[in-house]
Design a protein around this ligand. Structure first.
Ligand SMILES: Cc1cc2nc3c(=O)[nH]c(=O)nc-3n(C[C@H](O)[C@H](O)[C@H](O)COP(=O)(O)O)c2cc1C
Length: 351
């Protein structure tokens, strides 16, 4: 059976389909619907205290007895922000004025870590999977998480990054292609103009590491899942496709923009958050691109409130290149549809 392999057996998954943890756009209900349908649901821990993180995990457990992936994007504290990015702040204030949102808030931002409280919570609650984006935690923290019996995953955007993750003891590597929505997972400062597409990256990562490889970027229907499996992936991770599910915490204007997007709608830019990420191109990105962004995540703290304008031209419309392949569908139905389409596809090429 195409869906059975070492990774699906280890995590007790019916289907090798992971829902990407996507900060506060992914909810315990979204993750539970995915895990109940036989995939792996994920929730983001970005910005949550250990107590709130534990509550989110409990929210998932109330709705599902399946496996859960808990995600930690990790980054350095941006430091003192006094007087930083004044030109950018002036440009943004013009958007706040135009939308009647008053004074732009002061930029803020601290580091993303797995601190002692989060580590204690993880060892106590034991989610089946803990994943990382942008960096790995200290080796001792990673060791402690693994010795609690938790499976670990992290994103790589090149073969070299995949090798580093394997050498660090990560249990499975996500190969993230340039097509992907959201932030690039690079942790070695890969020049975005040089990040490979998934079709080129995936087989090369599969050849380079011995741990299971999870494909991410542009996967949205059975054909793209089947292609990733044929290229050697043990599983796929989809983000953009799950943004249109009713369980996702995605504003209506963002959903509408995803529904209208085509293959050429998106762009990778650092001006929304201070780190490169893929979005549906809009006025916010075009006009801010003329100024240097503040360091991540301070830039995000001054662009996110513009969502309150309700104007899709000023929102941060995260999306991958396959938005046009995505569907309005409850998450459980999406997992089952993807599984059935993949089975049909693989059968067609089985002889
Ligand atoms: C809105 C959005 C937010 C994301 N946030 C995270 C995150 O917090 N952590 C993470 O590991 N990956 C995150 N990702 C990246 C996904 O893990 C994955 O690489 C990507 O969604 C795959 O490409 P696709 O969007 O074309 O499916 C995010 C993706 C999207 C679309």
């Amino acid at each position: 059976m195409w869906s059975r392999n070492a990774l699906t057996k280890r995590l007790n998954l019916e289907w090798p389909i992971l829902q990407a943890p996507m900060g506060n756009l992914s909810t315990p209900s979204l993750a539970a619907a995915v895990s109940n349908a036989g995939g792996l649901g994920g929730i983001g821990m970005w910005g949550f205290s250990a107590d709130d993180a534990e509550r989110r995990i409990a929210g998932f457990r109330q709705q599902s007895g399946g496996a859960l992936n808990v995600n930690y994007p990790l980054w350095d504290d941006p430091g003192d922000l006094t007087g930083v990015g004044q030109e950018m702040c002036r440009r943004l204030q013009a958007f706040y004025d135009e939308s009647g949102l008053g004074a732009m808030p002061e930029p803020v931002g601290s580091g993303g870590t797995v601190d002692a409280e989060h580590l204690a919570m993880l060892k106590h609650v034991k989610p089946e999977v803990v994943s990382f984006h942008f960096a790995l935690p200290e080796p001792e923290v990673l060791r402690e998480i693994k010795s609690a019996g938790i499976y670990t995953i992290a994103s790589a955007t090149t073969v070299a990054e995949a090798r580093i993750l394997e050498e660090s003891g990560i249990n499975a590597v996500i190969a993230q292609g340039i097509e992907a929505g959201g932030h690039r997972g690079t942790f070695t400062g890969v020049d975005i103009a040089m990040q490979p597409g998934l079709f080129a990256l995936l087989p090369q990562v599969v050849d380079a590491v011995t741990v299971p490889v999870i494909a991410a970027g542009g996967i949205a229907d059975g054909r793209t899942v089947a292609a990733a499996l044929v290229l050697g992936a043990s599983a796929v991770q989809l983000g953009t496709a799950f943004l249109r599910c009713e369980e996702a915490n995605v504003p209506d204007d963002h959903r509408a923009a995803l529904g209208k997007a085509d293959d050429a709608s998106t762009v990778v830019s650092s001006v929304v958050s201070g780190r490169p990420a893929r979005f549906i191109r809009n006025r916010l990105i075009d006009e801010l691109s003329q100024s240097e962004p503040l360091p991540f995540p301070a830039q995000l703290s001054i662009t996110t409130p513009l969502r309150a304008s309700g104007d899709p031209e000023l929102g941060s419309l995260f999306s991958g290149q396959s938005a046009a392949l995505t569907r309005d569908m409850p998450a459980g139905e999406l997992v089952k549809t993807l599984a059935s389409e993949t089975g049909v596809c693989l059968k067609q090429f089985g002889s």
